[in-house]
Design a protein around this ligand. Structure first.
Ligand SMILES: [Zn+2]
Length: 308
């Protein structure tokens, strides 16, 4: 029987092959499509997973950044507070330094006060007088070119000499005839002098020569000036150019006239000048006052500056 001539109603064999072939291809394509679809689904899943992973990572990173930013803010706060604390400490140190400065100033003042003889600014009167044993801490003989040439040495408190020397140098420069007749006198010298005055002038001597014990000469800070013209006769000293010069200049060197004209305490002694320190002498000169016009407690405030 001819294979190409199949009986009617039956498909030819070749056609069957074609159909089978096409069917196989279709099956293959379908299978392929299924595989592709599966892959695609897997890829989509992967992408979704990756996306969610990325999203969570982003959130975590954002949180981390935020935490770091907070830390940075905290750190800068800490830094600011530290700087403030350092500034505060520096200021405190400065205050402390100032206090230490003040304190050492006070200690210096205290040292000066304990080493400065309070008698040197004491007012002397018939009520308050110097002990007969009182002798200044340190005496020295003044340069003989400044003492009146009567063969007697003139002694003075050593700390006062630099001031007196400056005064005498300045007077010399100004062409003023000024010389020192008398400086320190001991209690006994004063007593002898007083007896001599009483013998010569009777009890009237009280008004022009201090009783021994309250003479400012016993302090070693007072001097009697004269001129080469007057010599030892100093009664007219108040009319000399030297006196006028002293009234204008002595205060600059810390000297004041203890008993000016018409004072209430003692007879007028234009030749007798006492060292009270530059500050007190300047203040007295400015206010037009005398040492004996001030209260003792007011005078005592100047003790610390006596030899400044
Ligand atoms: Zn005198």
């Amino acid at each position: 029987m001819d294979p190409d001539h199949a009986p009617a109603g039956r498909l030819p064999r070749s056609l069957l092959f074609v159909v089978a072939f096409l069917l196989a291809i279709a099956l293959m394509l379908a299978w392929r499509a299924v595989l592709v679809e599966r892959n695609l689904a897997s890829i989509i899943r992967d992408v979704a997973e990756t996306r969610s992973m990325l999203a969570s990572t982003t959130v975590a990173l954002e949180a981390e950044i935020m935490a770091q930013q907070q830390l940075l803010v905290q750190l800068s706060d800490m830094l600011y507070n530290s700087q403030k604390a350092i500034t505060d400490i520096a200021e405190e140190l400065q205050d402390y330094g100032r206090d230490v400065g003040k304190l050492s100033g006070s200690v210096r003042d205290l040292e000066k006060l304990t080493t400065t003889d309070p008698q040197l600014l004491q007012k002397y009167s018939r009520v308050y007088f110097l002990n007969e044993h009182y002798v200044p801490a340190d005496l020295m003989v003044i340069d003989e070119k400044f003492d009146y040439p009567n063969g007697k040495e003139v002694s003075i408190h050593s700390d006062v000499w630099p001031y007196l020397e400056d005064l005498l140098d300045e007077a010399l420069d100004d062409g003023v005839d000024l010389t020192v007749l008398s400086g320190y006198r001991s209690f006994n010298e004063q007593a002898t002098l007083k007896v001599d005055y009483v013998v010569r002038y009777g009890t009237g001597a009280n008004t022009f020569s201090a009783d021994q014990g309250y003479s400012e000469h016993q302090l070693g800070t007072s001097v009697d000036f004269t001129t080469n013209v007057l010599g030892e006769n100093i009664d007219a000293f108040g009319e000399t150019d030297a006196f006028v010069w002293l009234t204008r200049n002595a205060y600059k060197y810390g000297f004041v006239m203890s008993y000016p004209e018409s004072n209430e305490y003692y007879v007028y002694e234009p030749w007798h000048w006492r060292f009270v320190g530059e500050k007190l002498a300047r203040d007295l000169h400015r206010k037009g006052k005398n040492l004996y016009d001030l209260e003792q407690r007011e005078i005592d405030k100047y003790l610390v500056d006596l030899f400044d």
